[in-house]
Design a protein around this ligand. Structure first.
Ligand SMILES: Cc1cc2nc3c(=O)[nH]c(=O)nc-3n(C[C@H](O)[C@H](O)[C@H](O)COP(=O)(O)OP(=O)(O)OC[C@H]3O[C@@H](n4cnc5c(N)ncnc54)[C@H](O)[C@@H]3O)c2cc1C
Length: 428
């Protein structure tokens, strides 16, 4: 045994790798985490520009995620909640729809928006009915996916079958486009319902010091077990363990956990890796404004019959999250889909569309930065595969959001599952 030997090497310090490492350390194992980048967080990083906090791609933390409630000190993050709803620009103006239980101020606007549309409301209720039918006492995710896995269809098909159209369809479609990063309705209906339940259970928010505070908190408990700036070149399983090559260093461990994003995993796990998951991209433009374009704390979407594009959503982030902008300044995010057939939109188009949705003149806004994230999320088509195996072979385990749901919740759960599998193997 060389001096480098350890029980477990975890490759990657995103949420999955950090959760996995922490669970193993708590069980008394020696763990080393190797991270390629100069900080932990993976897809959850925050840049600080001219006093503004700019997350690398707009995203929100829902404190209702079970994994977050269980493994994150939510109070320490100083969460700043958005309003629990959306503002949809439609052909007649702006409507505000929300969960009145979480945001009582949205009760009247929501009632006003849906009252003239009883048929649409009934259809939307039909679409969401499986949420009500979920068996009491079972986890919703399990209920939705194991009750009738073969019946899971795309969210487009489910909405069509339920007859959802008009304003509610346009609002649901544009809202989901920004969450699951596709606007063709290809995401699993079971996953769309799971997300809906999570949005009803909790209000998405931003930590006081930016989204990166979340992985930073998880890493803080690991101390110098995390080695930054260490890109792993290869992982080799050998008799009794695995060997990890990183730069000039070789590390031998009894178990290795590859906790990198799905599109990068195959290069390290070798020929028996699962097929690389299809990913979806997003580009977020961040603007500074001297005047708040609106005082709303909502996310704005395009619910018009002919959306002008290119944005899936926009928001004045500093309204709900004042810590994201210096005093007297305002921060606007504007996000568009990114992919092979979705090039980065021009700044003029982004500015125009954000101005239309927010009902403001965008000409004075200053572009602070544009984050292009081509592999933001693994696709979640139907039928939803909720729990993919984490053990690839003896001494080698994988985790990451590509093993569970494409979310903060999924990444944390996959890390925990990997840790339990590794702990069991170490005990043998
Ligand atoms: C723009 C955007 C918006 C999102 N919005 C939401 C949202 O609102 N709500 C939600 O729940 N989820 C959201 N997500 C998804 C969520 O952020 C991810 O699911 C989660 O962060 C994935 O964590 P992970 O640990 O699986 O992977 P990653 O974060 O990708 O971590 C993998 C780590 O491995 C490292 N690595 C890769 N290769 C190597 C190597 N060879 N050697 C060493 N290290 C390596 C990487 O640097 C990285 O740190 C969003 C994601 C993005 C990008």
């Amino acid at each position: 045994m060389s001096e480098n030997d350890t029980d477990v090497v975890v490759v990657g310090a995103g949420l999955a790798g950090l959760r996995c490492a922490r669970a193993l350390v708590d069980r008394g194992h020696d763990v080393v985490v190797l991270e390629r980048d100069d900080a932990v967080g993976g897809r959850i990083r925050t840049d600080h520009v001219d006093g503004f906090a700019l997350d690398r791609g707009f995203q929100l933390l829902n404190p209702a995620y079970r994994a977050v409630r269980r493994w994150v000190d939510v109070d320490a993050l100083g969460l700043q909640p958005f309003a629990a709803g959306v503002a949809a620009r439609n052909d007649d103006g702006l409507v505000r729809l929300g969960n009145p239980l979480a945001a009582p101020a949205l009760l009247l606007p929501s009632v006003r928006a849906v009252l003239p549309r009883p048929r649409e409301v009934l259809a939307a209720a039909r679409w969401a009915a499986p949420l009500l039918r979920a068996r009491p006492g079972r986890r919703l995710a399990t209920s939705l996916t194991t009750a009738s896995p073969r019946r899971d269809v795309s969210r487009r098909e489910a909405l069509d079958r339920a007859g959802v159209d008009g304003l509610l369809r346009a609002t649901l479609d544009s809202f989901f486009a920004g969450v699951v990063l596709e606007d063709d309705g290809s995401t699993s209906q079971a996953y769309a319902l799971l997300l809906t339940a999570t949005f009803l259970a909790g209000t998405p928010a931003l930590p006081e010091h930016g989204m990166q505070a979340l992985p930073a908190q998880l890493a803080g408990r690991l101390g110098d077990r995390v080695r930054l700036g260490t890109a792993v070149d290869s992982v080799e399983t050998v008799a009794g363990g695995a060997v990890v090559h990183a730069g000039g260093t070789t590390l031998r461990a009894r178990q290795v956990v590859v906790a990198v994003a799905g599109q990068d995993a195959g290069a390290l796990t070798g020929p028996d890796a699962e097929p690389t998951p299809r990913t979806k991209g997003v580009v977020t433009s961040w603007f500074a404004a001297d005047e708040a374009p609106t005082d709303s704390h909502l996310l704005f979407v395009d619910g018009r019959s002919r959306p002008s594009g290119p944005l899936v959503n926009t928001a004045v982030v500093s309204n709900p999250a004042p810590s994201y902008a210096p005093a007297g300044q305002h921060l606007v995010q504007a996000s568009a889909l990114l992919g092979p057939d979705r090039p980065v939109p021009t700044e003029d188009d982004v500015r125009r569309h954000a101005g239309e949705l927010l009902g403001a003149d965008p000409r004075g806004w200053r572009l602070l930065h544009r984050h292009e994230v081509p592999h933001a999320l693994p696709a979640q088509p139907a039928p939803l595969a909720l729990r993919r195996p984490v053990r690839l072979r003896d001494h080698l385990v994988v985790c990451g959001d590509h093993r569970d749901t494409a979310s903060i919740q999924g990444a944390l759960v996959s890390g925990q599952r990997a840790a339990l599998d590794v702990a069991a193997a170490l005990a043998r």
